[in-house]
Design a protein around this ligand. Structure first.
Ligand SMILES: *Cc1c(COP(=O)(O)O)cnc(C)c1O
Length: 548
């Protein structure tokens, strides 16, 4: 062995010759070939998958566990019972109406159609219009609704795919993009597109950066670095586009991403960095300035997800609530997603994605040059797009103007800070980090906070449920800024907490117990299986409901 230190090459030669001295040439060739193939396979197995080796090892373990007949049967029984539960929920919700399952031979009168539509739209027990629901609906006003109705009707048959036939709808889209570019302090080079929602905006940015990195930097195994609190849409993008996620934890006091770990995760395969302004679960904002600096330092694009808060942060300073910059004023920020259908108050179905430079946008586009149907190019996922949604969004922005947006922002932030302050006065619960815009997340060190969720649900409040750790959040919209809603909420939280504190150790019951238990399941694929049934249930028709 010691010869390796003095004459490594000669030593390696002697060892190898010794090892193969009794072998025939065909054996040497075969051994060499198999060794190479095995090494390549091993390398690929270890490093060339989107998922870490440890994650895959765990998955494989559970996969084989689930092949054991007794475990398999037990699991299927559990899944079937979960499925039945989802179906029963649906049956209850639809109990008062029937499902149309066959197109009638004759046409229906419009009055009849309106009547049926009203029945459908009245289903459900939560009164969102009375402000009892977190997030979901961001504005509720008859004038705006009528404007949107008119605009949608006017443009309902237009399609920006045919820009020669409908140049006006393309112009409206461009105007929305440019108005937004200005709101986020872009310049003449800032460009982008409208999309159908925040998820598509995020998908598009990830696709653009993946293809940009592949072409410009030759990155073939793309990775993105993102906070664990970043929206699930990034995971969706990773699944769709085969990008490996480097998920970075957040500090457990601030609920902002751990920048040291964030920086360590950057490597030669990193195609993009992500920060949320703010994130969905806790409403806290990552240090976008620091992430921008990392982007500049390592020459890696930075995407700021402002889907939720973009149309608040853009107006906060003018509303009297100055906040850290999180837009194109930061030199490293190369793209922003912001949802016009959230605090832009447009009806559902629009969002925007903006880029600092056209070079990124070009990688968002897809082009198909050899199709018999013609040379085909499209800017986003869709081919044909709903001109009605674009027109309605355009009209909504004009209807608001800067002043009304500032006013709405002022009311929302005021209400959020008020609720936050009042909640902080309640012992036995805590607020996660510092809410940056309109989301307040509540936890408890004393009792299972899911009990608070159940108790509030019993009083008609519909909140969002968080996990790892358990929490619930309330997202304040213009529906919560009027009347006594903010006080009603605080009062109900107070009385629920008081009730729970009579016996703080008691475990959570009912549906929320299932949610709590789900966090304990080490095999996340099982949770995925349950979610599949949940999604199936969305399309479930109770047999007794079928209208023949
Ligand atoms: C809502 C949201 C998204 C995704 O938007 P959709 O319109 O629901 O697809 C992305 N990021 C954040 C922070 C969001 O709150």
């Amino acid at each position: 062995m010691s010869c390796y230190l003095k004459v490594p090459v000669a030593c390696f030669k002697n060892t190898l010759n010794g090892a193969f001295s009794n072998k025939e040439p065909w054996q040497i060739a075969t051994i060499t070939a198999s060794t190479v193939l095995l090494s390549v396979w091993l390398y690929q197995f270890l490093f060339e998958d989107e998922e870490y080796i440890t994650v895959r090892a765990k998955k494989t373990f559970f996969k084989y566990m689930k092949k054991i007949p007794s475990i398999k049967k037990k699991m299927q029984d559990e899944l079937n019972s979960a499925n039945k539960g989802f179906q029963n929920d649906m049956a209850k919700r639809f109990a008062s109406s029937k499902h149309i399952t066959r197109l009638s031979k004759t046409n229906m009168e419009t009055d009849e159609i309106y009547k049926l539509a009203d029945i459908n739209l009245k289903l459900g027990t939560y009164s969102w219009s009375k402000g009892r629901v977190s997030g979901s609906v961001y504005f509720n006003d008859d004038n705006l609704r009528n404007l949107v109705k008119e605009m949608y009707a006017k443009a309902s048959y237009t399609n920006p795919l045919h820009s020669d036939v409908f140049p006006g709808i393309c112009k409206m889209e461009t105007e929305v993009v440019k108005m937004c570019a200005r709101l986020f302090h872009g310049d003449d080079d800032t460009c982008g597109t409208m999309t159908t929602g925040g998820t598509e905006s995020i998908l598009m940015a990830c696709k653009a950066y993946r293809d940009y990195a592949s072409e410009v930097k030759g990155i073939k195994r793309p990775e993105m670095v993102l906070p664990v609190t970043a929206h699930a849409a990034f995971d969706k993008a990773a699944q769709y586009f085969k990008i490996r996620l480097r998920v970075i934890p957040v500090h457990t006091d601030t609920y902002q991403v751990d920048l040291k770990a964030f920086k360590r995760a950057i490597n030669g395969n990193t195609i993009m960095l992500v920060g949320s302004a703010p994130n969905f679960p806790y409403g806290t904002m990552d240090d976008i300035g620091a992430i921008s600096d990392l982007g500049v330092k390592f020459n890696i694009p930075v995407h700021v997800d402002s889907c939720l808060g973009g149309f608040l942060t853009a107006f906060m300073e003018d509303a009297g609530y100055p906040a850290p910059h999180c837009d194109f004023r930061l030199p490293g920020v190369t793209s922003i997603s912001a949802d016009t259908h959230k605090y832009g108050y447009a009806p559902k179905g629009t969002s925007i994605v903006l880029y600092r430079s056209i070079v990124y946008l070009h990688h968002q586009y897809t082009t198909t040059t050899d199709w018999p149907g013609g040379v085909y190019g499209s800017p986003t996922i869709n081919g044909s797009r709903a001109g009605g949604a674009i027109a309605a969004c355009w009209a909504t922005m004009l209807y608001f103007g800067v002043d009304r947006y500032i006013q709405a922002t002022r009311e929302i932030i005021y209400t959020t800070r008020y609720i936050e302050k009042r909640l902080r006065e309640i012992k036995d619960i805590f607020i996660f980090g510092q809410p940056a815009t309109s989301v307040i997340a509540i936890g408890s060190h004393i009792f299972d906070v899911y009990r608070l969720q159940s108790a509030l649900a019993a009083k008609g409040w519909n909140l969002n449920i968080l996990q790892f750790p358990s929490g619930i959040h309330f997202c304040i919209t213009t529906l919560h800024t009027t009347g006594t809603i903010a006080d009603d909420f605080v009062t109900d939280v107070k009385s629920c907490v008081a009730e729970i504190m009579k016996d703080p150790g008691q475990p959570v019951q009912g549906k929320m117990a299932v949610y709590g238990a789900a966090q304990q399941i080490p095999d996340r694929d099982i949770v995925g299986d349950v979610i599949n049934y949940y999604l199936d249930a969305m399309y479930y028709i109770p047999p007794e409901n079928v209208l023949e």
